[in-house]
Ligand binder design. Structure first.
Ligand code: FES
Ligand SMILES: [Fe+2]
Length: 418
């Protein structure tokens, strides 16, 4: 339980707020690369700021404030120039540094445009995503975490915009005990209702849970009843990469990566991105059908507005949303299995203090030598995936990927790294 003031402090993301200042030290996905292939603008809301991502005719990307400084039209409705984006209303043009480069109806001798600037932010592409950085300069390096840079990989990206604050979504990742109930007992209840076979993959009791802080955040480990202390689940575990990424091993065994990214849109909204990379040995040829990086929507409500609870991520989403837009932490009763949640909150507060002292928060990378291929600690053999590739891939949000059948067929045929 924390006070209302403390709750506000860790959940506010806007400019000038204590946590907003921390969050502005990290890069965030703002689009999939594929989204910008056939269009020139995308409206983006990130950390409480309304922005537009654009691509100009020279293929430069830009991320600028959405509002045209002339009379407020959305630049997301704009059109590309050779260099920059033009407002559709009176044709003012802005480059990706935020300079106003043209005001067509001002006198030719006017210097007015030199005094008009808009907010502009850095963008970079990596791993099929376009990333933006809104924070203080100089920008840190965009981290090359393993899954984003692994070579010869099949990739796919699911996403959903959820009406919740990002902190409660992250807290779920520090709460391993929920898996045996939500994805075990509750899941089996749902399966029984639907007349489907139940599963033991998630139902095993957690005998022990542990959390260790490391360079990029917190590693979470668990020991299930009947499991040896030598198991990867206990010895290795997987990390919460501060502040907004959960990294888990992909369902394809070694070389497969899955990131759950909880991108704070504003105080009440999170853009959830599920990023999968299935890396293959260099000699394996990836089939044509699996070469593009599709972006697909992950639905979480059915046609009646009820939660879709027949897949793992939908069960999590149900819990996040029913906690309320911002979970009320002034009225909770934390138990022994919530020690990871408490540790995460401590880490949030520590980073607020660090940033207030003028330091970088945890995990900010400024050393190029460190940023080549950052291998995160990741269990190779995960008990949760014991039902096998095809079954488990259909039990997660990956079921909604447009290439899921081809992916399963590829894995079952090649038996790659299973
Ligand atoms: S409102 Fe944008 S150019 Fe006039
Ligand atoms: Fe979960």
């Amino acid at each position: 339980m924390i006070s209302a003031a403390q709750n506000k402090k860790i959940t506010q993301v806007g400019p000038g707020t204590p946590m907003g200042n921390v969050l502005r030290h990290y890069w965030y996905p703002v689009a999939a690369t594929s989204e910008m292939e056939n269009k020139y603008t995308k409206k983006v809301r990130l950390l409480g700021e309304d922005l537009v991502l654009f691509r100009d005719k020279s293929n430069n990307l830009g991320l600028v404030q959405e509002r045209c400084p002339h009379r407020g039209v959305s630049l997301a409705t704009g059109f590309p120039d050779e260099e920059g984006i033009r407002c559709p209303y009176h044709g003012w043009c802005f480059d990706n540094k935020g300079n106003c480069t043209d005001q067509p109806n001002e006198p030719e001798t006017s210097t007015f445009k030199n005094r008009v600037k808009i907010n502009a932010y850095e963008v970079q592409e990596l791993g099929g995503l376009i990333w933006g950085y809104l924070g203080p300069k100089p920008a840190p390096l965009l981290p090359k975490f393993d899954g984003f840079v692994a070579e010869n990989a099949i990739r796919m990206i699911g996403h959903a915009t959820l009406p919740v604050n990002w902190v409660q979504v992250m807290e779920n990742s520090l709460d391993p005990a929920h898996t045996e109930w939500l994805h075990g007992h509750f899941d089996n209840f749902v399966k029984e209702q639907r007349g489907e076979a139940t599963s033991n993959a998630f139902i095993r009791h957690h005998k022990k849970i542990a959390f260790d802080t490391f360079e990029y955040g917190i590693v979470k480990r668990r020991l299930f009843e009947g499991q040896s202390e030598d198991s990867d689940d206990w010895k290795v575990g997987h990390p919460i990469v501060f502040p907004y990424i959960l990294a888990v091993g992909g369902t394809g065994g070694e070389g497969s990566y899955a990131f759950q990214m909880r991108i704070p849109v504003d105080d009440h909204t999170t853009w959830h991105v599920w990023y999968q990379a299935y890396a293959q040995e260099p000699e394996v040829t990836i089939p044509e059908a699996l070469k593009d990086v599709p972006l697909y929507e992950v639905p979480y409500l059915d046609e009646n507005g009820d939660y879709l609870v027949d897949y793992i991520d939908g069960q999590d989403i149900m819990c996040w949303i029913t906690q309320g837009p911002i979970a009320d932490r002034t009225d909770e009763k934390l138990g022994t299995t919530d020690k990871g949640v408490i540790l995460f909150r401590q880490m949030l507060n520590e980073q607020i203090n660090k940033v207030e002292r003028g330091e970088d928060p945890i995990g900010v990378i400024r050393d190029e030598a460190k940023n080549q291929f950052i291998e995160l600690p990741l269990e190779k053999k995960k008990h949760h995936y014991s039902d096998g590739f095809g079954v488990i891939t259909k039990r997660f949000q990956t079921r909604f990927s447009p290439i899921v059948e081809e992916l399963i067929e590829f894995y079952e045929k090649e038996k790659v790294k299973m």
